[in-house]
Design a protein around this ligand. Structure first.
Ligand SMILES: *Cc1c(COP(=O)(O)O)cnc(C)c1O
Length: 402
């Protein structure tokens, strides 16, 4: 009986030495002590590790790594700019929590017209239902951003670094300047570009939100999200909403995210290099009508790319085939290496056709007006290398030989 009462498995230590890899703290709760009680009574328990919806060491390890990728950290002694990340259950939890934290009934948000589908739903349906006015602007139309921001004086300006699947670029410094001139917060979804290609906090963003499900975790095996800011007070506001809305990450998911980020730089370096090489190779293929890649000189936003993503142009590649959507669908079905699937950012190349997946709810005309050509293939480039991917696409183009 005595032994039973004294048994505290969480106090087990392997030895005097530390593990190299952070343990998965698969625990909902932590033993309370005087310091924990003081934090609960003082700061509402925001800082202490006492219940895993508030804080968990494995989740904190993933948050520290996301912050590091964005060039921010504890600040002070180590010379990094002060900033912190929060890890959420999904990218949408990070986005919705951030927007609802920053907006009140009666406020306006000026947002990109080209956003991720569920973000679009949030902007079209959920935020208006809460009394928020939503104004939309084409991502690449910097003059329209300036005009709408000046005219509507929004509380929040929201956009994605790279649009899907047009891969148009948001001029982050210009839009940040316009937002700050009217006192708005600038929130950027950096999922497609990743912190390997651009770090929006360095270009004027107030909050970066990301689907960590994609390139950050990188292995198509975990759903998670992140929000990073250099504003300490705003970080705490977001953390309070993470706690009350409950969109916290599970420790095991956080561990997979942390583990995936260990190879972030080498994965992204290789995938971006492959995407650039494959873009140039595909531009010479007779079956291909158009190649859209931010690193190519013929990209419509090439000048913005040089300022906003100077080092690498991303691992997303959009290819327009001759023959329209039906032909694109046939080619997609014939791929042997590329996987026909939605999502992005894995080590395997994922390919989809927007007309029947991400943009299925638009008519052909609406897609055209949005700059999505018939015959579009969206590719998230993995680690197979350009030769393997080119061979795979060529055999799929060659439908005659099927
Ligand atoms: C996937 C994605 C999201 C949503 O992230 P989840 O992790 O699926 O919730 C948001 N924005 C962009 C650009 C995405 O690609």
């Amino acid at each position: 009986m005595d032994q039973q009462q004294q048994y505290r498995p969480g106090r087990a230590h392997t030895s005097r030495t530390y593990p190299v890899i952070p343990p998965i703290y698969q625990t909902t709760t932590f033993e309370l002590d005087d310091q924990a009680y003081a934090d609960i009574q003082g700061a509402g328990g925001l800082h202490e590790t006492w219940y895993s919806r508030f804080n968990n060491p494995t989740v904190d390890a993933a948050a520290a790594e996301v912050a590091r990728l964005h060039g921010v950290g504890p600040g002070g002694a180590d010379g990094t700019r002060s900033g912190q990340s929060l890890i959420f259950a999904s990218g949408m939890a990070a986005i919705a929590t951030t927007l609802v934290t920053l907006l009140r009934a009666g406020d306006t948000v000026v947002a990109s017209r080209q956003t991720y589908g569920d973000t679009d739903d949030l902007l079209r349906r959920d935020l208006p239902a809460l009394g928020v006015t939503v104004i939309r602007v084409d991502a690449h139309d910097t003059d329209a951003w300036r005009q709408m921001i000046t005219e509507h004086r929004p509380a929040v300006v929201y956009g994605e670094t790279l649009s899907n699947p047009q891969l148009r670029l948001l001029d982050l410094p210009a839009v940040a300047e316009a937002a700050h001139a009217v006192g708005a917060r600038f929130v950027v979804d950096n999922t497609f570009a990743t912190p390997f290609c651009t770090r929006p906090l360095e270009l004027g963003a107030d909050v970066v939100v990301e689907s960590a499900t994609k390139f950050l975790a990188g292995h198509s095996d975990v759903v998670a999200g992140a929000a990073t800011t250099t504003d300490r007070a705003l970080h705490e506001e977001l953390q309070r909403r993470l706690i009350t809305f409950g969109g916290c990450a599970d420790p095991h998911a956080a561990f997979l995210l942390w583990r995936g980020m260990r190879t972030f730089r080498v994965r992204l370096a290789e995938s971006c290099r492959t995407a650039a090489a494959l873009a140039d190779l595909l531009a010479k293929e007779p079956a291909v009508r158009d190649v859209v890649y931010p690193g190519r000189d013929d990209h419509p936003d090439a000048e913005v790319v040089r300022r906003v993503m100077p080092d690498a142009s991303g691992a997303m590649l959009t290819v327009v085939l001759h023959g329209g959507d039906q032909r694109a669908g046939e080619v997609l079905r014939r791929l042997r290496v590329g996987v026909e699937a939605t999502s992005l950012g894995g080590v395997e190349t994922l390919v989809s056709t927007p007309f029947n997946s991400s943009h299925f709810n638009m008519t052909d005309d609406e897609r055209l007006a949005a700059g999505i050509q018939p015959g579009t293939l969206r590719m998230s480039i993995g680690l197979e290398g350009e030769d393997v991917l080119l061979d795979d696409l060529r055999q799929a183009f060659d439908t005659e030989r099927a």
